[in-house]
Write a protein that binds this ligand. Structure first.
Ligand SMILES: *[C@@H]1O[C@H](CO)[C@@H](O)[C@H](O)[C@H]1NC(C)=O
Ligand SMILES: *[C@@H]1O[C@H](CO)[C@@H](O)[C@H](O)[C@H]1NC(C)=O
Length: 852
């Protein structure tokens, strides 16, 4: 194949698919469970942009606290903090006997439980003198013997993994009374706390974090002022670090505008910490460093008080906006005096990208916490890097479940369960409270934000029936009130087809966007499984309504997708822009992502032939993108999670949606900020910010390796040289060790010639420079050849191979392709090699018959 610069010029990308990272950063998290209670009052209060509602309006059964009293702070005794937080401390509920709140939980998983305490004089005494108590959450003691200090407002924050349908918070007085001023119970993203982390001493791996209840003891934003809850998507507070620095003379503060931060999928999400945390850092004093000789080393250390007797999870947040180039800085990291990262180069973790946020988690054993917990950054002794170092943020979380000497062990869950059972048995009234409380809160919110219920005037809805009445652009746009004006979607005239669904139809199809229907979550929003009235199954992607970025992508996806029709591209059925919504409706791909069939799931391994079919299908989809229209389209986020499979394992490329139409181009490449997914990124694109269709070919090569090896593209749990699939596998291939990397579950069934062809193809796709890589059409040809080589095998009469006469198959294929999608003109060029499509049709028929 002759890929010359001239050829490259003919393959000009015109639509630039982009903006993935920025979208991920901006799509605000919406907690499924979101209870904000003011205790001991009927009033509600707006605090930091959220509304807390009083618990006094609850029916008597709503709280298992038969004798609780409402208490109000007399004027002047509430803390004189400048923020709206004061409103949380004007009242309290006082418990002379054991009492519990029970919350109905809609979505299992990790939740924040925040308890607010501020003691003040009340009817029969003074809380500061009378209160001493224990608090349990789900039966686990989280606060024991708490005696609040006079005049001090305290917020205690826990994060608890809720597995059942309720969350119980119980208060037990150990002195005269217990009390609480306000309670928050808020869903957290599932990926916020991973199950495993590196242990500090000895170095190893801790697993079982996901069942641990954690208490936030310190949450620090290095190098910048306090971040208040309304500046954090999870309403957290981040304090500045100055007062924790052991010696501030060796440090200085650095910052960049938050917009300079680029999120990358697979690393820190927007919920991990706000941009403001990553955009500021405490760095070594660079003047000091520049005056020193290389041999002089420095440490900067932060000290934190933390209760003894517990293990701790430490999360260090890093974002290298300081280095001018990748791999030019390394430093050491110590926790509690133990080295946890030696000569750490952040840009290795970010694959060379700068200003990309990430965090590293460490577990410190209870026995290793003897006084303060220290975190130290030290200069590296490596000769070829800058002696420098910095830290952006730090969270220190007490592992509440891990009492006793040995914190590093996941043996807690058993004892925790029995405790839950005991509490549940002793608080029968609490169960009654569940429904009442949930109802109450919901009702109140409804009242606050009245939403005009959509009229049920829409008729039975089906994708096929839509054509006739779908273009009426005047529908509904102005009816949903002015509040969302700036988000109202107006599609350009060029926006082609695309059926416009009434919001109510999609609400019905997804059972009111029920969490149980969620089949995927991305930067853009959530994807729900839905069923239209005519039983058509659909995938409904609901965009975040607040993001302007999302709005552009929404438009682009509609415009792009309604112009692109291909058997191997996931098709758009319609959209909904009613009431400021940004909803896209796609055909439903029953078997999910290719990734889920390769690893990290329970699904049976795909056969080699199935894998080849899937790769061929995906390559066709990409080939169509690159060459099918007058102007080439670069997908830009090719990965196994963006290749979806239908009922009969036919592959379709998805998610060219977070994209925008680029400017008209008459250059050979698009120059753009690096975007895409880690582990798949074209190194040339990284280095030169040059995007060509060959960037997709590189990413596709990584997908081929995933298919071959059935392992994740980045697996941080593996030894260093194995972490990155592309690096590791190409090295092995270069050494002629193909057999050692093949998915061992199916290695026996693969014919060596087919395997060799496939591996060679993958290797070519991964050539360092774009010009060295084949065009996707050549890749397609090679894969089809690999399939033929496998089919030629005498052993191939296995489960799913259906033999056909190639000549007939080819004809059939051509007919079929003109009938069902005239756009697939390219298949004709491939001539006789295209026989497998026929087989696919057959196997589909066979499968669906079996299924009936
Ligand atoms: C926090 O948010 C407020 C508005 O809600 C804004 O005025 C302020 O500048 C923000 N502060 C930081 C540190 O981002
Ligand atoms: C930096 O701190 C670590 C951990 O406490 C210690 O082992 C190391 O000797 C210190 N280095 C310097 C130069 O002080």
């Amino acid at each position: 194949m002759a890929t010359t610069p001239v050829l490259d010029m003919l393959l000009l990308p015109v639509f630039v698919l982009s903006a993935l990272f920025a979208a991920a950063a901006r799509a605000a998290f919406v907690p499924t469970d979101n209870y904000l209670l003011l205790c001991g009052t009927a009033a509600s209060a707006a605090v930091d942009g959220r509304t807390f509602v009083g618990d006094a309006g609850l029916p008597a059964s709503a709280l298992s606290a038969p004798q609780s009293a409402e208490a109000n702070a007399s004027a002047g005794s509430a803390p004189a903090s400048g923020s709206g937080e004061t409103a949380l401390y004007r009242s309290a509920r006082v418990f002379p006997a054991p009492s519990a709140y029970t919350f109905a939980i809609k979505k299992a998983g990790r939740h924040f439980v925040r308890l607010h305490f501020f003691p003040f004089p009340y009817q029969s005494g003074d809380l500061a003198a009378d209160a001493k108590f224990r608090v349990t959450v789900q039966g686990l003691v989280v606060i024991d013997g708490y005696t609040p200090a006079n005049g001090t407002a305290v917020a205690r924050e826990f994060s608890v993994n809720v597995t059942g349908g309720t969350l119980s918070i119980a208060f037990t007085p150990t002195g005269k009374v217990a009390f609480v001023n306000a309670i928050e119970v808020v869903s957290l993203p599932d990926d916020l706390i991973a199950d495993s982390a590196q242990t500090v001493n000895p170095k190893g791996q801790y697993t079982g974090l996901s069942t641990q209840a954690l208490e936030t003891v310190h949450r620090i934003n290095m190098g910048s002022p306090k971040i208040t809850p309304n500046n954090d998507t999870l309403w957290r507070t981040w304090l500045p670090d100055q007062s924790f620095l052991a010696d501030s003379s060796v440090t200085e503060h650095k910052d960049v505008p938050p917009t300079a931060i680029h999120r990358a999928s697979g690393l820190a999400t927007a919920e991990a910490a706000p941009d403001m945390v990553y955009a500021t850092a405490t760095e070594f004093n660079t003047t000091l460093l520049s005056l020193s000789t290389i041999s002089v080393q420095f440490n900067m250390t932060w000290r934190f008080q933390a209760p003894l007797g517990s293990a701790y999870l430490l999360r260090l947040h890093f974002c290298d906006f300081i280095s001018q180039a990748a791999n030019t800085m390394a430093f050491n990291v110590y926790v509690g005096g133990w080295s946890v990262l030696q000569d750490y180069q952040i840009s290795v973790d970010t694959q060379g990208a700068l200003a990309v946020p990430l965090y590293r988690d460490f577990v410190l054993n209870a026995k290793d916490v003897t006084s303060n917990i220290t975190v130290t950054i030290g200069t590296s002794t490596l000769g070829n890097v800058n002696p420098d170092g910095f830290l952006n943020g730090l969270e220190i979380m007490r592992m509440v479940g891990s009492t006793g000497g040995d914190g590093a062990g996941s043996s807690q869950s058993g004892s925790k369960k029995t405790k839950i059972a005991i509490v549940a048995g002793s608080a029968v009234a609490g169960v009654m409270a569940v429904m009442a409380l949930a109802f109450f809160v919901v009702r109140l919110r409804r009242r606050k934000k009245p939403e005009k219920k959509p009229s049920s005037t829409w008729a039975a809805f089906s994708a096929s029936a839509l054509g006739s009445h779908s273009r009426s652009r005047s529908f509904g746009k102005s009816s949903s009130g002015g509040t969302r004006n700036n988000n109202t979607v107006t599609l350009g005239q060029s926006a082609g087809a695309g059926y416009r669904f009434p919001f109510a139809a999609l609400q019905e199809a997804t059972c009111g966007f029920d969490e149980g229907m969620v089949i995927g979550v991305g930067g853009f929003g959530k994807v729900y499984k839905g069923t239209l009235r005519d039983d058509t199954r659909v995938a409904v992607k609901r965009g975040n309504r607040r993001s302007q970025q999302g709005l552009n992508e929404f438009r682009t996806e509609i415009e792009l997708l309604s112009r692109l029709r291909h058997r191997h591209l996931v098709s758009l059925i319609g959209y909904c822009d009613e009431r400021g919504e940004m909803i896209l409706v796609y055909e439903y791909m029953a078997r999910g992502t290719l990734r889920s069939h390769l690893y990290d799931s329970e699904l049976p391994p795909l056969s080699w032939k199935q894998r080849l079919d899937v790769c061929i299908g995906a390559a066709r989809g990409l080939h169509y993108l690159h060459t099918g229209s007058a102007k080439a389209i670069i997908h830009r986020d090719v990965k196994s999670a963006n290749i979806l499979l239908d009922d009969s394992f036919m592959a379709k490329v998805a998610d060219f949606g977070l994209s925008k139409t680029g400017p008209e181009l008459d250059k050979t490449h698009v120059s753009t900020a690096v975007k895409g997914s880690f582990g798949y990124l074209d190194p040339e694109y990284f280095r030169r910010q040059m995007l060509t269709d060959k960037s997709d070919v590189y990413s596709f090569g990584v997908v081929l390796l995933e298919v071959l090896c059935a392992r994740p593209v980045i697996d941080p749990t593996l030894p260093r040289e194995m972490v990155n699939l592309a690096e590791w596998a190409t090295q092995r291939l270069k050494n002629g060790e193909l057999d050692s990397i093949v998915d061992q579950r199916i290695a026996e069934t693969i014919r060596p010639e087919s395997l060799k062809k496939f591996a060679d193809t993958a290797e070519k796709c991964l050539a360092e420079y774009g010009v060295g890589r084949p065009a996707i059409g050549d890749v397609l040809w090679c894969l089809e050849y690999a399939l033929q080589l496998q089919e030629a095998s005498p052993d191939s009469s296995g489960a799913d191979s259906t033999r056909v006469v190639p000549g007939i198959a080819t004809k059939f294929q051509r007919n079929q392709s003109t009938a069902s999608d005239g756009t697939e003109a390219m298949s004709a060029n491939l001539g006789d090699l295209d026989g497998m499509s026929m087989r696919r049709v057959f196997s589909k028929m066979i499968k669906s018959e079996e299924g009936r």
